[in-house]
Design a protein around this ligand. Structure first.
Ligand code: HGY
Ligand code: MN
Ligand code: MN
Length: 415
């Protein structure tokens, strides 16, 4: 039975980690940034050295393929992949594992001369972390960018997508041309770290993903009055930051008590203006994020949180604006891909557990154009989106071998 080369996969994971690598470990490699573009060139070189045909589409998605140079409905492919962009001060496996394990699988299959009916392709999707707009590259690939207002897409620090892409040599207006011709992908399966504690705590080596959450992001801006921080009597202050803090604490309580068991919420970005210690904040902006596998729960919570924002603003005599930023749709994973993965893991002697993904992934977009699934491996301590994100190397090997044989099973038209 063929298997991956863990030394070669380890070497590539550590090689990719150099791009945007941080002195104390971890990585910052946001999409379209210089480290990301250097990593793009490195990955293309690794793919070519592994014997793959390569190309980059108008949305910056990177492809490595066995025996074909483009995706066409005449030769439907089995596709794997993930992303090489990271969050700020992230880990070396989030995304990178799926891309490099996919590359390793295609190389090991090629070297073994194992025949497979469908071509195999590995992809690295642009801006999965959504610095400029959630799951950008796979949205373009799945035809979900139409009318997406590319000119307005920007990071929370104000950097516009069109400018970031131009600096990397891409024309953002062409990104919708990345749309894949219908019928070109027979199946998609992505290997990813769980990024949470469930598999490790259950002692289960492989997670088979049943569904992927929707992620809803909004800017919530409280507008009070800048004032002197010393001379303004406390009872006369219209402090925008205190309103924002009050709102954040109430929302957390509301989502925990009124959401579903899977509902989560976060305020990862806070801007206070003018932002000096001796000025009462006149303006406070939060990026409010909520997640749930059920879109109707997300919609209900969004309405309830908007009402909460207005109530807090009224009580504190400040104004409030709510600006929706993005909303990804929750997606069920393909029962076929789940069943094939479980069958493969049984032959490999690997216990599996079905679970929903509390992280968003490109696989939820791919579900719109093909049978799409995910394979998880345990994260040490459930840690992710932090520099000490890591998984056991043998867990990585098990996951990559499960991916290899799942890809082969899906690539045989008789399956
Ligand atoms: O944020 C997420 O769920 C994923 O890591 N992009
Ligand atoms: Mn990821
Ligand atoms: Mn991530």
């Amino acid at each position: 039975m063929i298997s991956i080369s863990l030394p070669r996969l380890t070497s590539r994971i550590n090689g990719l980690a150099r791009f945007g690598g941080l002195p104390g470990g971890g990585v910052t490699r946001m999409c379209w940034s210089p480290p990301h573009e250097e990593a793009r060139a490195w990955l293309l070189g690794e793919m070519r050295a592994a014997g793959l045909e390569t190309w980059v589409d108008p949305a910056g998605n990177i492809f490595g393929a066995t025996g074909i140079r483009a995706l066409r409905p005449e030769t439907p492919v089995v596709l794997t992949g993930s992303h090489i962009d990271t969050v700020p001060e992230g880990g070396i496996l989030d995304g990178a594992l799926g891309v490099l394990a996919g590359l390793e699988c295609l190389q090991a299959i090629g070297e073994s001369r194992t025949r497979h009916a469908r071509p195999l392709v590995v992809a690295a999707w642009s801006d999965e972390e959504g610095r400029y707009g959630s799951l950008f590259g796979s949205r373009a690939f799945c035809g979900m960018l139409e009318g997406a207002g590319l000119d307005d897409m920007a990071a929370v620090d104000g950097v516009r997508l069109v400018d970031a892409m131009a600096r990397a040599g891409f024309d953002a207006q062409r990104a919708p041309q990345a749309r894949v011709p219908p019928g070109s992908v027979a199946a998609y399966v992505e290997l990813h770290i769980e990024q949470g504690p469930r598999l490790e705590e259950a002692g289960i080596p492989i997670g088979v993903v049943e569904a992927i959450v929707g992620v809803r992001r909004s800017r919530v801006i409280f507008l009070g009055q800048a004032d002197h921080a010393g001379t303004t009597p406390m009872e006369r202050r219209r402090d925008a930051f205190l309103a924002a803090a009050d709102y954040a604490l109430r929302v957390r309580e509301h989502v925990v008590t009124r959401g579903s068991k899977a509902s989560v919420t976060n305020f990862g970005v806070v801007h206070v203006h003018p932002g000096a210690s001796n000025i009462v904040p006149g303006r406070a902006e939060l990026v409010h994020e909520m997640r749930d596998p059920d879109v109707s729960v997300l919609e209900r919570l969004a309405e309830e949180c908007a009402a909460l924002a207005r109530a807090v603003a009224g009580a504190r005599q400040v104004g409030v604006e709510i600006h929706p930023m993005s909303a990804t749709t929750p997606a069920p994973c393909s029962p076929r891909v789940q069943a094939v993965t479980e069958k493969i893991c049984a032959t490999l002697g690997l216990a599996t557990r079905r679970l929903y993904s509390a992280a968003g992934h490109d696989a939820q977009n791919l579900a719109r154009v093909t049978d799409s699934g995910m394979i998880f491996i345990p994260s040490l301590g459930g840690r992710s989106h932090r520099v000490d994100e890591m998984s056991d190397w043998h867990a990585i090997e098990r996951g990559a071998n499960a991916l290899l044989h799942t890809l082969l099973a899906l690539a045989d038209v008789t399956a």
